[in-house]
Design a protein around this ligand. Structure first.
Ligand code: NAD
Length: 513
């Protein structure tokens, strides 16, 4: 890591190296147990973090509550100015933060920079939005009355995030929440705590420079236990949780039990339908990037290819040849296409999935395996695999967070492919590769894809921030980032104003005294 300038990057982001002590992040009050962050890139201990104890958590919540009382009074465009400054700070720190993302999480450096770019993009989006938090006006049924709606800040937004997008998901939530007048309490994944601290240190600088209360952005370090404190805390009206469906079900029930709101971004089982009219070259690029990018650890990673029987062999051969070109190794080295999985536990899950699919009758087309030897000392590097399978296999129905691509064959019309595509419990991202207008439109129609994201002639991964992001069914139903996703971060109020001297009642009801 030294040769890629990690030491300088950590110093720039305010993270202490092992010899310098433990890091906590500004305003995290962390005095709990030590959490160590090891890099999946080289297996080295990067730094130690102090976790948030229950007593620390109370302090965090108090600062957040106090900060909200002040922050909500600041006009939205001025809150936008804070987010603009934050975007500028991210521009200055893009290289250092992108490197840390790559080193702590294991995604390629390009993708690490891409993640920080996404943060900058959502800041720009939020700045414009800070002048557009519009409500509607309605015509009252009563004379001399006016009706309108307005959006007020909600309060404290709790963010629980996953390891695979260790910085971008936080910004998708915070950039919008802040312009909406909310304050944020963030619990990053315990697998990527340093990314959390780095982000917190960057925003804390902006807050300090503007003499604002530090509780506008709070950090909580730790595992699911502090996540549970947040889910059960009625001082947090909205919990935005990104991660596995297993986690989402637990968090959603805890939040629902106190009638709070939750925004859930959970697992996917994304597929690309490849019809006889598909451009094969485009299909291969989209499918291979979708399946092996981030080592198959994107919620939108391509897990299933649903290929028409007439072109099945052609697509399969082209995929095998493309997989033969893949370079697996240190993600900080831009020559490599595929980096490591997050940890050895993920490697075990990958190996088990491959065993299971074979046991269920799958046919291995590109053999996987765990890599060892020079450059692979962390034990987290695996070979991307391709397996011919059936959609009904239990393992195909399940999201395996690793580079395993299943080939499924369909015959007849595109309706059959759509049925396979929709025949899983998850509903995040989907795509069709076709030059046939009828097939494309059918795929996007009411009888088409049942996912939150449906693309034509683009793969399943790599969403832009301008659209609302999220999925249906066990993906959780939440939407964040662009479009009107901001509305969940505010409370809507309907106002009726009477400017006459009488009091007519709605629905013509008479009530004379
Ligand atoms: P995970 O569910 O193990 O952990 C996610 C976060 O939830 C972590 O911060 C963790 O500490 C916390 N957590 C776990 N159990 C909890 C509990 N009982 N109460 C409160 N908090 C709890 O997920 P992961 O392995 O970090 O991430 C991979 C998963 O995330 C995949 O399923 C992926 O598809 C999903 N994901 C979804 C999206 C999306 O936008 N839909 C985006 C990224 C990742």
């Amino acid at each position: 890591a030294e040769q890629f300038g990690m030491k300088e990057a950590l110093a720039q982001l305010g993270i202490k190296t092992i010899n310098e002590g433990t890091s906590t992040g500004i305003n995290s009050f962390s005095n709990g147990e030590i959490l160590e962050s090891y890099s999946p890139v080289d297996g080295q201990l990067i730094a130690s973090v102090k976790t948030t104890s229950e007593a620390d958590y109370e302090k965090v919540m108090q600062t957040a509550s106090e900060a909200f009382k002040i922050f909500r009074l600041i006009p939205a465009p001025q809150r936008g100015e804070i987010v603009r400054q934050f975007g500028d700070k991210l521009r200055k720190n893009k290289e250092a933060l992108g490197k840390l993302v790559s080193y702590e999480m294991g995604k390629s450096l390009q993708e690490g920079y891409g993640e920080v770019q996404e943060m900058i993009d959502i800041c720009d989006f939020a700045v414009g939005l800070s002048r557009q938090l519009h409500g509607l006006t309605m015509h009252s049924e009563r004379p001399g009355h006016r009706m309108y709606e307005q959006y007020h800040p909600l309060g404290i937004v709790g963010i629980i995030s996953a390891f695979n997008f260790p910085v971008a998901v936080w910004s998708w939530n915070t950039a919008l929440a802040w312009i909406c007048g909310d304050v944020c309490v963030w619990k990053p994944s315990e697998k990527t705590p340093l990314c959390g601290i780095a982000c917190q240190n960057i925003i804390a600088e902006v807050i300090r420079e503007n003499n604002l209360p530090e509780g506008i952005s709070c950090l909580i370090n730790g595992d699911y236990k502090v996540g549970q404190l947040m889910a059960n805390d009625k001082r947090i009206p909205l919990i935005s949780a990104t991660g596995s469906t297993r986690m989402g079900k637990i968090v959603a029930q805890a939040v629902a039990a106190r009638l709070g709101k939750s925004l859930l971004e959970l697992g996917g089982n994304n597929s690309i339908i490849v019809t006889p009219d598909a451009d094969i070259k485009m299909t291969i690029i989209g499918a291979v990037f979708g399946a092996v990018g981030t080592a198959g650890q994107r919620c939108t990673s391509t897990r299933r290819l649903i290929i028409h029987e007439s072109i099945y062999d052609k697509v399969k051969d082209a995929l095998v040849s493309a997989y033969g070109q893949l370079k697996i190794g240190n993600p900080l080295d831009e020559k490599n296409h595929v980096g490591p999985l997050i940890d050895t536990q993920a490697v075990e899950m990958y190996a088990k999935a491959l065993e299971k699919v074979v046991a269920e009758g799958g046919n291995i087309v590109v053999k996987g395996g765990v890599l060892s030897g020079e450059g692979y000392e962390s034990g987290c590097y695996v070979k991307p695999a391709i397996v011919e399978a059936e959609n009904s296999f239990e393992i195909v129905q399940h999201e395996t967070f690793a580079p395993v691509l299943y080939l499924l064959k369909y015959s007849g019309s595109v309706e059959n492919a759509i049925e396979i595509q929709n025949g899983v419990v998850q509903g995040l991202s989907s795509a069709i590769m076709t030059n046939n207008l009828r097939e494309a439109e059918l795929f996007l129609s009411v009888t088409g894809s049942d996912c939150g994201i449906a693309n034509v002639n683009i793969g399943t991964s790599g969403a832009e921030i301008g659209g609302a992001f999220g999925g249906e069914k066990e993906t959780g139903g939440g939407r964040e980032s662009g479009s009107d996703a901001w509305k969940i971060y505010m409370r809507r109020q309907t106002n009726t104003i009477n400017y006459t001297t009488s009091l007519p009642l709605a629905q013509g009801i008479k009530f004379d005294l």
